[in-house]
Design a binder for this molecule. Structure first.
Ligand code: ACO
Length: 354
């Protein structure tokens, strides 16, 4: 069979089709054909999650059913609470990955199991944080998915801030064959169960070149008193050949539309704050020096900070959003499934004698 050599990192290689998301010729990210920018402004988290998972916008009854079906799975069993209290893991991505992998399930139908997991991510994240930090579990509130989520991660009830969190979570929800989703699809292609596929995806999302980037960005802003200091740091990083977190993207080489949308929202809620001035100075410098744009994580980190969310939750919030994309991809992979198994070019020794 003829072999095809592809670039390292599969850059620009189309490995399969998807009907879930794409970036159009003008750089807009689309979910199921809808511009994500419009979903952020005119839809909400629950309807967008329904859209991504089911392929079309819900009517009112379908939206309500979807919310009810998530609500059914709220809460954490005593068994899981016990595991969390034994783990007492402060790194919430480690905790989330472990809890998902240990999740007890029997012959649950996979669509239901995936929704159950998506409903439980916020609970796992909140309880892990609280027990690892000697805090009592919160009594969850009624309300939308994002109101509840905002409460679980901040202990506060604030529908307006929860709405902003919902907008950010829409932007984080889906991005075609990103690293964690592709890893999930590889696992799904072996016909492994959704829990195994989600564990793979969470492990991949955790890395600093992917979802882990957003938790490192704030350190940056805490370190510098103004834009000049931050720009000096950027220059030093470039001189050392080191990366600046929150910049660059495999797909968006000129502009990440999600980053710009978050930046605009941030200006609405925080005005021309010091942190935004530093951010813009860094963004301009990165463009001047390397022509690399800010990615979603860069402005998302500042946005979450402004909304009163602790840094511990940044990557977990990404996971709690992206899980709806993962559900859609798990299902899509299984339609006409083919095992994903590339080949490699051997570069090791041959003919060694014992
Ligand atoms: N800071 C400095 N230089 C960078 C950065 C950065 N953040 N990103 C890319 N570059 C440089 C590389 O050093 C490379 O330079 P070279 O050609 O001189 O060697 C060039 O730009 C191309 O970079 P690659 O890493 O090859 O680009 P790739 O498409 O493979 O990587 C990635 C994309 C991994 C996101 C990269 O830009 C990066 O590491 N960014 C920092 C981590 C980050 O913010 N991740 C979040 C991604 S967005 C998300 O998950 C929502």
């Amino acid at each position: 069979m003829d072999e095809i050599k592809v670039p390292k990192g599969l850059t620009n290689v189309i490995v399969d089709q998807t009907a879930i998301a794409t970036t159009d010729a003008t750089g807009n990210l689309l979910y199921r054909g809808y511009k994500v920018a419009a979903l952020v402004d005119h839809s909400d988290f629950e309807s967008t999650a329904y859209l991504v998972v089911n392929g079309r916008m819900p009517d009112n009854a379908e939206r309500k059913d979807f919310i009810d079906s998530l609500r059914k799975y709220y809460g954490v069993s005593e068994q899981v609470q016990e595991v969390i209290s034994i783990l007492k893991e402060k790194d919430l991505m480690r905790s989330l990955r472990s809890l998902v992998s240990l999740y007890p399930y029997q012959n649950t139908e996979s669509d239901k199991l995936m929704l159950e997991m998506a409903a439980k991510f916020p609970e796992f994240i909140s309880l892990s944080y609280r027990l690892a930090n000697g805090l009592k579990p919160l009594s969850p509130i009624d309300g939308t998915f994002t109101e509840r989520f905002y409460h679980l991660i901040t202990g506060k009830i604030d529908p307006e801030k929860a709405r902003h969190v919902g907008m950010l979570m829409i932007l984080y929800m889906e991005h075609e064959f990103n690293a964690s989703t592709f890893a999930l699809r590889v696992t799904a292609s072996t016909l492994a169960d959704p829990i195994s596929a989600f564990t793979t995806a969470l492990a991949t999302l955790k890395g600093p070149l992917h979802g882990g980037a957003n938790s490192e960005i704030l350190d940056f802003f805490n370190k510098f008193k103004d834009g000049d200091e931050a720009v000096k740091y950027v220059d030093e990083q470039i001189a050392k050949g080191e990366k600046v977190m929150g910049f660059g993207h495999r797909i968006y080489k000129r502009l990440d539309p999600r980053a710009q949308q978050v930046k605009a929202k941030l200006k609405e809620i925080a005005g021309d704050s010091k942190v935004l001035q530093i951010a813009e100075a860094v963004e301009n410098r990165m463009w001047e020096r390397k022509s690399i744009p800010a990615n979603l994580d860069f402005y998302a980190a500042i946005y979450m900070d402004t909304l009163g969310i602790s840094q511990d939750f940044y990557t977990p919030l990404f996971a709690a959003s992206r899980v709806f994309g993962w559900i859609a991809h798990y299902k899509e992979q299984l339609v006409g499934n083919k095992l994903i198994r590339p080949s490699s070019e051997y570069s090791g020794p041959t003919g060694l004698k014992l």
